[in-house]
Design a protein. Structure first.
Length: 275
């Protein structure tokens, strides 16, 4: 492997969060979006876990952050691609702390509704190399596949894997995630309109699989490891499909993708209990 992930690779990351009513009222303790500065929601923990690693690959540390499935002011219409900070002209947040601030702002200003549909966000930000989606779940495999593919502009390109894109899905809560698992191309590749994906572009990880760890730091470290596990192979497969050759470097020559590690996880973590 000649692509040096630790020192040369840039990942432009977009973040999308589920604001459907199935998450429960954000003001009620124990619901999925209940979040204070002392007690993080599962969404917030997942944001920190992945965002703190991805920040090392994004030189400007600016993240466009969106929500889907909520009614937004002033017209109270359902939107599936609203900026968390309320600024459609500039949806970028400074670092993960900025994303968290925008997330809290959105919880105070929008009304959770539905349905679950993040295809419009993928349509809008398909130029980004890394899309990090936090959904609660959906009802069927067909609905799950439509979440990603039922958007007329990019779907054929996505299915054919022609875009330099990775879609990372962290399922939050205890809903049925079989549809999300089907989206992950480990066993079955995505198909749409008769086209079959040439490469795997989706990684799905259920958040609750990591709730058994004793410390928040350990949970975040292992979640980040699982979420990012397929990114090197997905990047390499795209480069090879386009016959893009790496810049000459001796640092990684002869290594497999499993031997090229992301930066170490931060040694400290915010002292917040998990909701």
């Amino acid at each position: 492997l000649d692509f040096d992930f630790s020192f040369r690779t840039e990942l432009s990351c977009c973040i999308a969060i589920d604001f459907t009513a199935s998450n429960g009222c954000p003001q009620v303790p124990g619901t999925l979006h209940y979040c204070t500065r002392e007690q993080l929601s599962k969404y917030a923990v997942a944001l920190h876990a992945v965002g703190e690693i991805i920040s090392d690959y994004d030189s400007d540390n600016l993240f466009p952050a969106y929500g889907f499935g909520a009614r937004i002011p002033p017209d109270n219409l359902v939107s599936h691609n609203f900026p968390l900070n309320g600024n459609r002209e500039n949806p970028f947040c400074q670092g993960i702390d900025g994303v968290m601030e925008a997330y809290r702002y959105a919880l105070q200003t929008v009304t959770l509704h539905g349905p679950t549909n993040f295809a419009p966000i993928i349509t809008q930000v398909a130029k980004d190399s890394f899309i990090f989606i936090l959904p609660r779940g959906c009802n069927s495999p067909a609905e799950g596949q439509s979440l990603v593919l039922d958007s007329p502009t990019p779907s054929n390109e996505l299915v054919a894997s022609r875009l330099p894109i990775s879609i990372i899905i962290v399922g939050v809560g205890s809903a049925d995630f079989s549809a999300m698992e089907e989206l992950d191309g480990d066993d079955v590749r995505l198909t749409s309109r008769g086209q079959r994906a040439e490469r795997d572009i989706v990684q799905f990880v259920p958040f609750d699989d990591f709730c058994g760890y004793e410390s928040l730091l350990e949970l975040k470290r292992e979640l980040a490891r699982a979420v990012l596990a397929e990114i090197p192979d997905q990047l390499i497969s795209y480069m090879r499909s386009k016959a893009i050759k790496p810049r000459n470097t001796s640092r990684t020559r002869g290594l497999s993708s499993s031997q090229v590690h992301p930066p170490p996880y931060p040694a400290t973590a915010p002292p917040y209990p998990l909701n």
